[in-house]
Every structure is written in structure tokens, then in C-alpha cells.
Design a protein around this ligand. Structure first.
Ligand code: F6R
Length: 606
């Protein structure tokens, strides 16, 4: 949801900004721009379109030569993607890049118009550039402090004042921003991958702290202007982790990284064959005390929560409610100190999930975050945090993050079930051992990529698809359907297989593809009956089930054969072909797989 960067040092700033922005393009890619001090004057270049268009423009119209600048890649919120709405935005003496939303920008705009300011864009950001100019009386920090005391909403801002050459100022509230520290160079960036080529060391910026980048160094000041010492963090992601590494797309790389991601996530949380979440403060006694659990998240992370619900309820017999964060936060949820709220987020910055977490804390529930990005807002604000160790997920369509999120839910379910004495120690050990063996199982399923590609070739002309399943398979169908629609742009719905005949089956016509997931052996025959109902109406059925299950031609046109593990663990192997089918459908349609239209990876606005 917009990426911002900034650089001071000795290198070609334009090059550094373009390189760093290329690692943030997953955050938005409808326009891009930079502002660089060239001979102590701010020069701006910006354009609608991808970063590549900006680079072409710079080559065509003249490279900006300097050692200090800011850059932006945009996901439009206020105003269509256009040259004029692209960042940086400027006033007479100030240029800025912004990630976030200024909620009271109309009021500020009217105020500034009454004071003689004219606006050229439809963005909320331009009002901040002009408000900074309004307050600027020679002291940049004072102008920033006055400005942030008036603006409402979320922001990460990179700021340059024309009277302070080769200096960058930055500040944030509710939008991520890190400060990279290199050898005689310093950076600001929305996310760690942007700086990995240059340094792995960074500071996390707290709300309303102001950072000043100058002479290759960074100084951080609190809101009273007092200099503060910051803890230096070192990224455990290396540069290769943020590169495609020979794969055609990040999504394919990330699908293939799943065995390692699961292993790295679960191994440190298994002690002597038993799940062990004590690292995050989650003891057996604490777990035993919870009355009920809420899982709150968005999109794919919410789908991981649905798997968690089935598994926890089945094993631990603790009621779990799964909520979409944007709904949860406005429905006055009934929570108490005996409830655990689990928020799930890859980025750790999703605005609705973050607000749901804050609301839960205000009400008094205990909160646990399952998060991939270290030091992200959600990770910092939750009472307890379990980091998933998936490494950076760059593709907008989430795959490996989902996989590790469900792996963590298994650990929680096993430990909770044991703590509640719903399963024996022996059963807990057996399940934990089965989970430990799952990375090899994922590797086996990955070998079916060619078959998934073949099936994808049969889907590319479809206008509509259905994904069906029962129980855990229904939760999985939702994820399969979301994955397909977000990157292939083919409309699809997921449905509880038994619910189809209550209305939706009227959509099934000759040749309509239906992906049926049937991995739960108790429900197998029931799902087969539902599949026969759609098959009898002309559907082309792709049937995802155990390798050993015989599937007749009146049930399936294509069978995807999965290795058999415990039914409860089957979502792990079963989601892989769904991911691969979505991936290849998008590839074969010629879509931009990693950057699907209208989407951005980190949704930091409501
Ligand atoms: C879909 C997808 C999104 C995210 C959702 C939550 O592939 O990636 O649905 O899962 O936007 O994002 P996080 O997990 O960062 O909170």
C-alpha cells in the first residue's frame, strides 16, 4: 500500500532509489516517482505506471545526479493513477513522499486554500506538503511537529526542505517505516527488503519520532525534539531472499519455499517431541485458562484462521470464532479477559487487523499475534507474538505465509488440546511427529506442478468456477478460490459442498469447472455425492483427494492425487495444487502474476 524510500550517502542516489523501490513494488505499482537534490536544488521526476516507466523517463529526459533523495511507488487511494497524482508532492519549499491516508485532508485543504495555496492533484498527500510549507519558518523539525499535530490518519512521510540540501526528514504513525544504517550512508524504507542490498542494520521508528538523515548518518528525535538512542536491529533475511533466484515469478519461488518455511517455523517450537510455545509466553497453564478463542485477520490470513478453527475445535474442544478484521472491529465484539484473540498477519501492518488487535486489548482480552514481519506494528502491540519464519513474501498473492500460519495453528491446537486434557501426551507426541514430517510431504506434492499446469490450461477460458468441500476442505476451498481469482481474474466462488443445492447449483452449466476438495475421509462419500450432483449438470470436475482413493469417471474429469497424512493435517498438502493451479492459470493467461491488477500486498488503509 505504497512504498517509500530515502537515501543519503555517496552513491548515485537515483540508482539507489530505483533499486530500493523495486523491492517495494509489491506495495503498489500504479505510479512511481523520486525527488533528488541535484546541486542543492530539488529535482522531481514522476510518472503513472510501473517503476520501469520511471526509469525510462529518467533515461529519456535526464538522470538526476545527486546523493540524497526520496522515492515512492503508489497504490492509489485518493485520485486516479496519473502523473499529477504520483508522488513526490511538492510545495514551494517542501517535497514529500507518503504512505498512508490523511483522513482530515479536506478540512486542511480548505484551510490552506483560504491562505492562498493552490492544489494540482486530487491526493490527500499534497495537503501535507503544503501544510509543512505553511508552518515552515526555517526550522524543519518544528514544522514537522506542528504538521503532525494537525493531521489525522496514518502516515509514513519522507520529507525534503529546499533550504536544507542533502538532508531528509521522516516521521511515521500507523504506517511502517524503518531507518537503514550503512557505512557512511543511511536510508528510510517502508520495509526491510528495500535496504538489504546495502545493509542489514536498521532502527525501528516509533510513532511520531522524527529521523534526520544527513552526511550518511541518521539521528532520531522524540516528539519534543530530544535526541534519542535507538536499538540497532539486524535483519535475518539476506538479499537472495528478496530475489527471484532463477524462478520465473516470486509466487512460484515462494510456493517452492514452503517445505523450508514450515521446517524453520515449527522446528524451534518443538521440544522433546512436544509442542512448545513458551518462547512467546504461552505456557500450558495459560492455555488451559482460555474459555474461547477469536481469530481475527483479513484475506488469506483469515483463511488460515478457518483451518485453525477446525483443528482447535476438533482437538481441544475450545470454541473458536473466526472474523474478518474489518467486520470484527465494528461489531462490538463480546470479549473478556478469559478469551484469547489471535490476530494473523503476514505483513503485521494490515490496518484492519491492527485496529482489531487494539480493540481487543482495550476490551481486556489477551492477544496473540501470528506475524511474519519482525518488528511490525502488530508484532509490537500484541501481548504475545509467534513469528512465522517464512522469509520475505514478495508476491502479492500469499502462499508460503498461509502455509506457515496454518503450521503455527497446528502447534497451538496440539498444545492447547494437551493443556485442556482433551488429548493424551501420547497423542500429542504422535501429532507433533506427524507435523514434523510435513515438509517432506509438501516436497512430494510440489512434484505435481506439470499436472497442475495441464489442468490450468483447461481453465483459462472459463468465465466462472466453483470450489467446493466440506469441513477442513471447505476452509481450503476458500483459499483456493481466492488465489485463483486474485491472479487469474476468473470469477470463482467457494461453497460448502452440501450447501450447493440450496441455490448456487443453478449456476452450474455444461463445462463449468468445479474444483472439489475431498481429503477428510469421514466426509468423503458425502462430498462425492455432491460432486456427482454437479457432474450430472455438466460440470468439469477437478477432484483433489488421497492418491489411494479410486475416483470414477462419473465423479471426476481430473484427479489430483495427494499423499496421505492424518486427516487433520491434509490442508497442508492439499493447498499446494490449489496454489499451483492458480499460478499457472495466471501465467497461461499472460497476467502479471506477482503484481495483479488493483491489488497491493500490504493493506495499510481501512
Ligand atoms: C491474498 C492476500 C491477502 C492477504 C491480506 C492480509 O493472497 O495476500 O488476502 O492475506 O491482505 O494481509 P496480511 O497477512 O499482511 O495481514
Amino acid at each position: 500500500m505504497c512504498g517509500i524510500v530515502g537515501y543519503v550517502g555517496n552513491k548515485d542516489c537515483t540508482r539507489v532509489l530505483l533499486d530500493s523501490l523495486s523491492k517495494l513494488e509489491y506495495r503498489g505499482y500504479d505510479s512511481a516517482g523520486i525527488a533528488v537534490f541535484e546541486n542543492s536544488k530539488i529535482k522531481i521526476s514522476k510518472t503513472k505506471g510501473r517503476l520501469a516507466s520511471l526509469e525510462q523517463k529518467l533515461k529519456r529526459e535526464g538522470w538526476i545526479n545527486g546523493c540524497c533523495g526520496i522515492g515512492h511507488t503508489r497504490w492509489a487511494t485518493h485520485g486516479e493513477p496519473s502523473d499529477v497524482n504520483s508522488h513526490p508532492h511538492a510545495s514551494a519549499r517542501v517535497s514529500i513522499v507518503h504512505n498512508g491516508i490523511i483522513e482530515n485532508y479536506q478540512k486542511i485543504k480548505s484551510f490552506l486554500e483560504n491562505n492562498g495555496y493552490e492544489f494540482e492533484s486530487q491526493t490527500d498527500t499534497e495537503t501535507v506538503a503544503k501544510l509543512l510549507d505553511f508552518y515552515f519558518d526555517g526550522d524543519p523539525i518544528k514544522a514537522i511537529r506542528q504538521t503532525i499535530s494537525e493531521i489525522e490518519g496514518s502516515y509514513a512521510l519522507g520529507i525534503m526542505f529546499s533550504e536544507f540540501p542533502d538532508t531528509i526528514y521522516a516521521v511515521r504513525k500507523d504506517s511502517p517505516l524503518i531507518v537503514g544504517i550503512g557505512e557512511n550512508e543511511a536510508f528510510i524504507a517502508s520495509d526491510v527488503p528495500a535496504i538489504l542490498k546495502y545493509t542489514r542494520n536498521y532502527y525501528l521508528l516509533e510513532h511520531d519520532e522524527i529521523v534526520v538523515l544527513k552526511d550518511g548518518k541518521a539521528g532520531v528525535f522524540d516528539k519534543h525534539g530530544v535526541h534519542i538512542e535507538k536499538e540497532l536491529h539486524t535483519a535475518d533475511w539476506d538479499m537472495e531472499a528478496a530475489e527471484k533466484g532463477g524462478y520465473a515469478h516470486f509466487m512460484l519461488k515462494e510456493i517452492n519455499e514452503q517445505p523450508t518455511a514450515v521446517k524453520t517455523t515449527i522446528s524451534p517450537r518443538i521440544t522433546d517431541g512436544m509442542p512448545d510455545l513458551s518462547e512467546c509466553g504461552m505456557t500450558k497453564e495459560r492455555l488451559a485458562g482460555y474459555r474461547s478463542i477469536y481469530v481475527v485477520a483479513c484475506g488469506t490470513a483469515m483463511h488460515a484462521g478457518l483451518v485453525g478453527k477446525y483443528v482447535i475445535e476438533q482437538l481441544a474442544r475450545v470454541p473458536v470464532t473466526v472474523d474478518v478484521a474489518s467486520e470484527f472491529r465494528y461489531r462490538n465484539p463480546i470479549l473478556s479477559a478469559e478469551d484469547l484473540v489471535i490476530v494473523v498477519s503476514q505483513s503485521g501492518e494490515t490496518a484492519d487487523t491492527l485496529e482489531a488487535l487494539r480493540l481487543s486489548k482495550r476490551i481486556g482480552a489477551q492477544t496473540l499475534a501470528i506475524v511474519n514481519v519482525k518488528g511490525s506494528s502488530i508484532a509490537r502491540e500484541a501481548d504475545m507474538v509467534i513469528y512465522t519464519h517464512a522469509g520475505p513474501e514478495i508476491s502479492v498473492a500469499s502462499t508460503k505465509a498461509y502455509m506457515v500460519q496454518i503450521a503455527v495453528f497446528y502447534l497451538i491446537a496440539f498444545e492447547l488440546a494437551y493443556a485442556k486434557e482433551a488429548i493424551t501426551e501420547e497423542e500429542c507426541r504422535r501429532l507433533t511427529a506427524a507435523l514434523n514430517g510435513i515438509p517432506e510431504i509438501i516436497s512430494v506434492v510440489l512434484q505435481q506442478a506439470e499436472q497442475c499446469k495441464y489442468i490450468a490450461s483447461k481453465l483459462i477460458n472459463a468465465g466462472n468456477l466453483l470450489y467446493i468441500g466440506r469441513g477442513l476442505d471447505y476452509a481450503l476451498s476458500m483459499e483456493g478460490s481466492l488465489k485463483l481469482k486474485e491472479i487469474s481474474y476468473i470469477h470463482s466462488e467457494s461453497y460448502a459442498a452440501g450447501e450447493l443445492k440450496h441455490g448456487t447449483i443453478s449456476l452450474v452449466t455444461n463445462g463449468m469447472p468445479v474444483v472439489a476438495v475431498a481429503t477428510q475421509r469421514e466426509l468423503f462419500d458425502k462430498t462425492v455425492s455432491n460432486v456427482k450432483e454437479v457432474k450430472a449438470r455438466g460440470a468439469t470436475v477437478i477432484f483433489v483427494t488421497h492418491a489411494y482413493k479410486t475416483v470414477e469417471s462419473d465423479v471426476a474429469d481430473f484427479k489430483i492425487a495427494l499423499p496421505t497424512v492424518d486427516d487433520i493435517l491434509m490442508p497442508i498438502p492439499a493447498v499446494v495444487p490449489l496454489q499451483l493451479i492458480a499460478y499457472y492459470t495466471s501465467v497461461l493467461k499472460g497476467n502479471d502474476v506477482d503484481k495483479p491488477r488493483n491489488l497491493a500486498k500490504s493493506v495499510t488503509v481501512e
